[in-house]
Design a protein around this ligand. Structure first.
Ligand SMILES: Nc1ncnc2c1ncn2[C@@H]1O[C@H](COP(=O)(O)OP(=O)(O)OP(=O)(O)O)[C@@H](O)[C@H]1O
Length: 245
């Protein structure tokens, strides 16, 4: 059984003239950005660079002051938005069992009991949580909780999966498990767009990279190229661990 079946393989995401300003300060200013490779796309940059704002705009959680977001060549709509999923730094889980958290999402999709049961079991196995199905989601460890949050996102059969620093609070082993889930989703056709501070993680996961600084995209390209020959001074400084002020 396929774990989930995206509607389209790696749908293209693009933004045009995206701007957000608050109290006279430009927080996000992205003229043109297209994500059309297979991904995963990793958004890198220092604190306050605008990474989360860009991710939230792409997912429609924040309305920009101006500019547009398109998916698969269509302007963002509620229907397209509902085909996307997002995972945050701190897992958002319901006060239910582990299986109950997954069933909640599967039930919302209108799936029959037998289909839900099979899908839930497949997801639990995929996330290494089969033996914790009846346990309260609130009692999971940080790594397990984040795995469940990702499984919940995948239970929506998303076309696009946004992840905002999902491993920043996790140890290396838990991080590795999350990275495997992310790569697997990407291989199965989900467009993965992930924010991280961790350059090592970006090197492990990224097919392409977007580097941000001061609300702008300072560099974008294939990961191998950006890491080997960064074009922007900001990227070079960031990759070398220099302070970016
Ligand atoms: N709702 C808001 N109102 C005012 N300013 C905001 C708002 N949301 C974000 N900002 C500001 O926009 C800038 C970019 O924030 P953002 O969270 O996107 O940065 P980031 O690159 O994700 O940083 P970090 O890595 O620290 O999470 C920051 O200066 C932040 O304070």
């Amino acid at each position: 059984m396929r774990d989930y079946a995206p509607l389209a393989e790696h749908p293209t995401l693009s933004v045009q003239d995206l701007r957000i300003a608050r109290e006279g300060k430009m927080l996000l200013d992205v003229g043109q950005l297209t994500l059309d490779g297979p991904g995963p796309t990793i958004i890198l940059g220092p604190n306050g660079a605008g990474k989360s704002l860009l991710l939230r705009c792409l997912h429609g959680l924040i309305a920009p002051d101006r500019g547009t977001v398109c998916q698969g060549g269509e302007f963002m709509s509620e229907q397209l938005r509902s085909s996307q999923a997002m995972v945050f730094q701190r897992p958002v889980l319901l006060r239910r069992s582990v299986a109950g958290n997954l069933d909640f999402v599967l039930r919302r999709r209108g799936l029959a009991w037998g289909v839900r049961k099979a899908a839930c079991q497949a997801l639990l196995v995929q996330g290494g949580l089969a033996d914790k199905a009846r346990q309260s989601a609130r009692s999971l460890s940080g790594g397990e909780a984040q795995r469940l949050a990702i499984l919940r996102a995948l239970a929506c059969e998303p076309t696009v999966l946004f992840l905002d620093e999902p491993t920043s609070a996790l140890d290396p082993e838990a991080t590795q498990e999350i990275e495997q889930m992310v790569l697997r989703a990407s291989r199965q056709g989900v467009r993965v767009v992930m924010v991280t501070h961790d350059i090592g993680q970006a090197r492990r996961l990224a097919r392409d990279v977007v580097v941000m600084h001061g609300g702008r995209v300072v560099e974008q390209g294939p990961a191998a190229q950006v890491f080997a020959e960064p074009q922007s001074m900001m990227t070079r400084r960031f990759l070398s661990g220099g302070l970016m002020v």
